[in-house]
Design a protein around this ligand. Structure first.
Ligand code: NAD
Ligand code: LMR
Length: 338
């Protein structure tokens, strides 16, 4: 699989060894925020992924330890650690995919928007680095509030003249993962057999599960619809409260992030029919960003799918979602433009 460019090799390895051990070529992936609650299990799972040849772990703390630890795993990817802003450029040079779980998580009683003041600046700085060092990389943005951080990233890339809407994806996979789990519980199915499209955004009422489009086709009572919608929309809060001040979802998020990153890498490789939900630049509604199913290909989100037929309950949910989303998107845009 072609890689966008060469990584400068300061590890003492021969150039030809900057591919998965065993000779299989692969992609170069950076994780920004790699020492965090999501970053560490995400790094572990990406080190196992056979599509990854080079794995760069960047954070402002603790990357030497995490890198030494992950680096001892006898899987293919070459692992390198980068610590602090001065090493951001080296961390990003030549990357095909950049995954960003950097930033503070919620505590009980907080909304995702309460994270804006800290995380907006972190995301801006990291995206400025991407624009300089790997402007063609696919970006998977996890840092909250996703409904605002994706517009922030887009504005940074526009300012730098590098914006490619297909290459910027807000990660909403955890909403789909939760929806599949909760719907499977209600239907008495194996969650691996269930697929629930979740559209809109990644916060409260903006998380809109389309239960009328569940695969395999299923019908629900009104009571089940209300229970499932509420549980899916508040899945993040359920974890925040259960962790009681020790952070938000990290393990299920790392699983979801790898599921999504793997889909992006399969798309980059040229696999056909790779479709996932993501929060992207969109013309599906009047809003400039919206989460819906996207087709992943060699250039990122190559096709953004329409929502399909909605029932009355979903149409009402969509209007509520759009109202909150519009404000969150505008907040992100204004942060960079002001
Ligand atoms: P965490 O505090 O455990 O880890 C965050 C990491 O980011 C830390 O290691 C920290 O040092 C690092 N960091 C801070 N500033 C940085 C910078 N400027 N550059 C690089 N790294 C930096 O938090 P977490 O639990 O891993 O969550 C991270 C983010 O992901 C939060 O904003 C959280 O709300 C979000 N999140 C999103 C989803 C989603 O579905 N999109 C799900 C769960 C969590
Ligand atoms: C989630 O959905 O678990 C994340 O967005 C973290 C949070 O704050 O809920």
């Amino acid at each position: 699989y072609p890689s966008n460019s060469q990584v400068e090799d300061n590890s003492g390895l021969r150039k030809e060894n900057c591919r998965a051990k065993g000779g299989a070529p692969g992609f170069k992936v950076a994780i920004l925020g790699a020492a965090g609650g999501i970053g560490q299990p995400l790094a572990l799972l990406m080190k196992i992924n056979p599509l990854v040849s080079v794995l760069h772990l960047y954070d402002v703390v603790n990357t030497p330890g995490v890198t030494a630890d992950i680096g001892h795993m006898d899987t293919g990817a070459v692992v390198r650690g980068f610590l602090g802003q001065a090493q951001l450029e080296s961390a990003l040079s030549g990357m095909d995919l950049v995954i960003i779980p950097a930033g503070v998580p919620r505590k009980p009683g907080m909304t995702r928007d309460d994270l804006f003041n800290i995380n907006a600046g972190i995301v801006r700085t990291l995206c400025e680095g991407i624009a300089r060092s790997c402007p063609r990389a696919i970006v998977n943005l996890i840092s909250n509030p996703v409904n605002s951080t994706v517009p922030i990233a887009a504005e940074v890339f526009k300012k730098a003249g590098t914006y490619d809407p297909k290459r910027l994806l807000g990660v909403t996979t955890l909403d789909v993962v939760r929806a599949n789990t909760f719907v499977a519980e209600v239907l008495g199915l194996d969650p691996r057999e269930v697929n629930v499209p979740v559209v809109g955004g990644h916060s409260g009422v903006t998380i809109l599960p389309l239960l009328s489009q569940v695969k395999p086709p299923s019908s629900f009572t009104q009571q089940e619809i209300e229970y499932l919608t509420d549980r899916i929309q508040n899945g993040g809060t359920e974890v925040v409260e259960a962790k009681a001040g020790a952070g938000s979802a990290t393990l299920s998020m790392a699983y979801a992030a790898v599921k999504f990153a793997d889909a992006c890498l399969r798309g980059l490789r040229g696999d056909a029919g790779v479709v996932e939900c993501a929060f992207v630049d969109s013309k599906v509604t009047e809003l400039p960003f919206f989460a819906s199913k996207v087709q992943l290909g060699r250039n990122g989100a190559e096709e953004v799918y329409q929502l399909g037929p909605l029932n009355e309950y979903e149409r009402v949910g969509l209007e509520k979602a759009k109202k909150e989303l519009a404000a969150s998107i505008q907040k992100g845009i204004s942060f960079v433009r002001k």
